[in-house]
Design a protein around this ligand. Structure first.
Ligand SMILES: CC(C)(COP(=O)(O)OP(=O)(O)OC[C@H]1O[C@@H](n2cnc3c(N)ncnc32)[C@H](O)[C@@H]1OP(=O)(O)O)[C@@H](O)C(=O)NCCC(=O)NCCS
Length: 161
């Protein structure tokens, strides 16, 4: 995967999207800590997701380093979840999150998913804007209170593939 010469941001040359391997584990943990500094996944959760669903952990990298990741789940009864999406802070706004999501949605559809769901922090405007742009629809009842524990409301969004 690559971009045209006119729309390359810093470090965005020769972008590639690929599935993760065991060797990526410490780097994915680092990416997750950069994306969610206050509440990253515990190491063991990343380890278990990588072990259980390696084909559903997509990474975007350039010639220098990994730049972002997305976790999703294999479809069950034609429904998948996007569990987490993160792009390194200094490369946000250059289209990497959208590329990872588009690739993930194509994969999930090919695997048989017809519905994709996710949860997002209700004030996370960049993420919600991206998801709405991709066709995700917010729960009409609004954010679900205490979804991830006291005070941790989340907006559920659904995409029909
Ligand atoms: C959310 C996140 C993954 C977006 O990745 P990104 O690579 O910066 O996003 P992109 O450059 O691909 O932008 C895609 C679209 O998202 C929306 N978007 C991105 N940044 C935005 C911002 N700061 N404000 C509003 N909308 C924004 C726009 O619709 C944009 O489309 P456009 O470029 O055509 O306007 C990234 O900001 C991130 O890693 N945030 C921290 C972790 C996080 O919150 N993850 C989501 C948890 S559910």
């Amino acid at each position: 995967m690559s971009q045209g010469p006119g729309d390359q941001g810093p470090g965005e040359r020769n972008l590639r999207i690929r599935t993760a391997t065991d060797a990526d584990l410490p780097h994915i943990v680092r990416l997750d800590e950069q994306a969610f500094p206050t509440d990253p996944y515990p190491f063991f959760v990343v380890r278990q997701l990588l072990t259980a669903f390696p084909d559903f952990l997509l990474l975007v990298e350039d010639d220098e380093d990994l730049r972002g990741y997305v976790f999703s789940t294999p479809p069950r009864a034609a429904e998948s979840w996007v569990l987490s999406l993160g792009i390194v802070p200094d490369l946000r706004g250059h289209g990497l999150g959208r590329k990872l999501m588009v690739e993930t949605l194509m994969k999930l559809r090919a695997e048989g998913a017809r519905t994709v769901r996710l949860s997002v922090e209700p004030r996370n405007t960049p993420a919600i804007t991206l998801y709405e742009d991709l066709g995700f629809v917010p729960d009409p009842d609004g954010p679900c209170p205490d979804y991830f524990g006291p005070g941790e409301d989340r907006l559920l969004m659904t995409l029909a593939l």
